[in-house]
Design a protein around this ligand. Structure first.
Ligand code: PMP
Length: 360
């Protein structure tokens, strides 16, 4: 079944676009991978450089200090944590731990591409539940559960659509899911939620032994290149994930930087504020241009750039020629749309100007 897997499509690298279109790398704006446009926090950079002196040694295989920081921040003990090489690692570990060939995995249409990959990689049978208003239809997802269902992936907020499920809906869903089915609640964009939307998923972890909450340091924390994520669940789950993960799956520079970033609340607040401003900037431009977009709770916006099925690819190419990299989402079944990561104010401006040009 490996040959049947369509490879993951990441954002086009800056160097590649520069070469392909004969552009100056320094002038390229990349709004394609939902990264933090501020880059990594200074505190994390310092911690990483300090840790560099010790890279002759193996990293701490169990991430003792990093788990301590997570423990302090999220109020769970270290044995409730599994560290991952990015949160993608956590998603894959969950599939490996719980799904045998032929068993089913449920996820939503227009949801994160890695759910399909992780399912296929273990020979699982995907049940893709039709989206409702671009987001998860939790009622339909719980109806789709069968005797052979082992895993359900839910992204909140969802990528690539930015849709959000309120706490009450998730809670009702968790109550309805039978205990033999593990629910992965992927909260990669949680830190961007407006204060009135925040909810306490860790309290659910304490209540539901079949819930695994996944978090990442790649988005608001600004450490995408270092690859750190973590799963929080009861020890019955984390113990299994820890058995099958690579012993040194989070390197020592990444561990040091993650500890600093977790403690850097100023950076996190600044990032969330900037994201909210950037969201207003982009959506105001879309409204002025009369373009439909999906209201987003993440650090990206899905915008419709035409009515033809070639629109996404065409406008993407026109943007690339102007040195702006965004994300086409044809592979998600959304060929008329583009996903734009929210950048620095000046990057958003460059994108808006390029989009206007591309559409005329
Ligand atoms: N979950 C979702 C919903 C995402 O959008 C992403 C990043 N694109 C990830 C998980 C994985 O990110 P990482 O492996 O960098 O933690």
């Amino acid at each position: 079944y490996v040959r049947a897997i369509a490879p993951y499509q990441s954002g086009k690298p800056i160097a590649e676009v520069a070469r392909e279109f004969g552009l100056d790398e320094a002038k390229i704006v990349k709004l394609a991978s939902n990264e933090n446009p501020l880059g990594m926090p200074e505190s994390a950079k310092r911690a990483m450089f300090d840790a560099a002196a010790e890279v002759g040694r193996y990293p701490d295989a169990n991430g003792f200090e990093l788990k301590q920081s997570i423990t302090t921040k999220y109020g769970v003990s270290p044995d409730w944590i599994t560290l991952g090489n990015g949160s993608n690692d956590i998603l894959e570990l969950a599939a490996h731990a719980f799904v045998q060939p032929g068993q089913s995995v449920i996820y939503a249409e227009y949801s994160f591409a890695v759910y399909a990959l992780a399912t296929q990689a273990v020979g699982g049978r995907a049940i893709v539940v039709q989206a409702k208003d671009f987001g998860h239809d939790l009622a339909a997802m719980s109806e789709a559960i069968g005797a052979d269902t082992r895993l359900i992936f839910i992204a909140n907020p969802n990528n690539p659509t930015g849709t959000f499920l309120p706490a009450s809906e998730i809670e009702a869903f968790l109550k309805a899911v039978p205990s033999h089915v593990v629910v992965v609640l992927d909260e990669a964009y949680n830190e961007y939620l407006a204060p009135e939307l925040q909810y306490e998923s860790i309290a659910w972890v304490k209540q539901y032994p079949n819930l695994l909450v996944s978090r990442t340091m790649s988005k608001a924390y600004g450490l995408a290149g270092l690859r750190v994520g973590f799963g929080i669940a009861q020890p019955v789950v984390t113990d299994l994930l820890n058995r099958i993960r690579q012993p040194f799956n989070v390197n020592s520079l990444a561990q040091a930087a993650a500890i600093a970033a977790l403690n850097d609340t100023d950076f996190l607040q600044k990032s969330a504020r900037m994201n909210a401003d950037g969201y207003r900037q982009l959506t105001a431009a879309f409204e002025a241009m009369d373009l439909e977009y999906v209201p987003s709770c993440g650090n990206f916006v899905l915008v419709k750039v035409g009515d033809d099925d070639s629109a996404g690819a065409d406008v993407n190419l026109a943007l690339l020629k102007q040195g702006v990299i965004v994300r086409p989402v044809g592979n998600y079944g959304l060929p008329q749309w583009l996903r734009i990561s929210i950048g620095l104010p000046e990057e958003n401006e460059i994108f808006i100007a390029a989009l206007k040009k591309a559409l005329t």
